[in-house]
Design a protein around this ligand. Sequence first.
Ligand code: MEV
Length: 409
Amino acid sequence: MNKSSRLPGFYKLGLEDRAAIIAERAGLTASEKAILMGEGLSPAQADQMIENVVGIHALPLGIAVNFLINGQDYLIPMAIEEPSVVAGASFAARLVREGGGFAASSDEPVMIGQIQVLDVADPQAARSELLAQKSRLLQLADQTDSLLVSLGGGARDLIVRVIKDSIVGPMVVVHLLFDCRDAMGANTVNTACEALAPEVENITGGRVVLRILSNLADRRLARARCSIPPDVLAFEAFDGQTVSKRIVEAYALAANDPYRAATHNKGIMNGIDAVAVATGQDWRALEAGAHAYAARSGRYTSLSHWSVDADGNLVGTLELPLAVGIVGGASRVHPTAKVALKILGVTTARELAEVMAAVGLAQNLAALRALATEGIQRGHMELHARQVAIAAGATGDLEVGSWRLEVGG
Ligand code: MEV
């Protein structure tokens, strides 16, 4: 059953009550609930994950409410140290909900692996020969992950590029396109590229250097769209048209200026990274892909787009590469990531990418709305004051101001 993610007053509850509601909603077992309450990654588990482990570094895990995406409600786990992000996402999701929610879509989960070939006598001839042997090379790539092939994934295409000049001379770059289904796919793609390399050398007569995936996963894009009627955006002294107009004006700077675009996109990634960390994704890969995609025209620009349509609705869209997985990696090892995925309830990597795109767009909307109207410092400073008070030893229920009060209402 698709239960509503509208949880009015959720933010006013104590931590344990909030956790109890989420546990009940997500059908968490007692031990899964205990993971939320601090019995997460053990030192012994951590010791298996990376090198030279000396401890555990924890982050707050919050739940963004109000999300309606493709007609389905989601409670969104977000792991992040920054105040206002969870509140901002929840608040924006409530506005978007009133316009019908987010529409999200995604490409097939196809990753790109690169094989770099140097010392090729005739790069164009080598390119033709590689393409002539494409189906054999794809078959060879498929043999490296028969499980994934049996699940419907596998090698999809081979693209060959020639870089005519570089400081080390011309080079041929082979792109292996590999459908990774519900995995992020780094290991699969790297293994396939390494397996193809000797054949690529035989065919081209060249010397392979790199065999590695590209984080510019532009075959694996996710998109989100929202449309918000102007009256939904009105607040205090600001009417809805003014808020929409100012959001578009704010966006226009990001669209035209890399200095603003960097900050604008950082706000989008506040949301995406927080879900990525909560669910055990490689957030550095997502960051690399997002910013490379934002610069794909040769000029770094906004990842989102905002306009007002003929009916006066504020329309926002976001598109970016989102190479995420729900099998393999930390998403299946880290106990809290497993619980976070259960709370989110996604069943495919594509669904996770679509949710993350919607969260990124919500985060962008929350930031632009605040920046273009009352400014963000009001909400930020009240939350900051709370952190300072906690650092100084304060406990109990501390007031945190208007931004936060808007969250669950
Ligand atoms: C702060 O973490 C994020 C913002 O700077 C984003 C933006 O300016 O759009 C508020």
